[in-house]
Design a protein around this ligand. Sequence first.
Ligand SMILES: [Zn+2]
Ligand SMILES: [Zn+2]
Length: 205
Amino acid sequence: MPRRSSKKAKAENTELRALKKELLFVKFQLKKQKLTNQLTVQRNEKEIQKLNAIRESILTKHRLEQEWEMNQKEIVRETRQELEYQEFIYNMNIVVQKKYEKEMLKKEQEVTRQLERRNKELKDALDNGISIKPWKQCGRCFEEFGEKGVRVPKVLECGHTLCVGCLKQIAQPYSIECPFDGLVTDLDEKKTIDTLPKNFIVFNM
Ligand SMILES: [Zn+2]
Ligand SMILES: [Zn+2]
């Protein structure tokens, strides 16, 4: 029996060794698998990071596109406002221009009427053989100067003489611009059209 037993023991030993070997192999396999898993996890993490970066860049691009679109809309809106404003100014200018042209036309018509009247007077005078003394007439309205009222001749600082009526028509609040040479005679509370010197020479020639 001891032989048998020894044989049995030997067999058991062999089996044990085989088991140990298998165990080692399995352990090794597990280690290998663990390592592989770790590598896979790392790879996956890197992949996820990459995908996140791509997602982030897409989102950023999208946001920039939206911002750009909004900016474009804002530019279009501002441009439209600017155009509307310019059109408004343009229309206003036309209104002002028309008003100005109307006033200029009125003034021109008035001057034309005065010249026509003067022409007629000269023609009448020639026809009647009456000598004309131009200095006895206001050089602006061609009315004959008078000793009283609006036809009184007054001398401006430049030396030109005009009737009170004309001076009142062309006077600004504090100045009169001579219609013959553009020189300005200043006025104030004390110095008015009434206090300007009267031109007596007109009556004495
Ligand atoms: Zn006059
Ligand atoms: Zn003058």
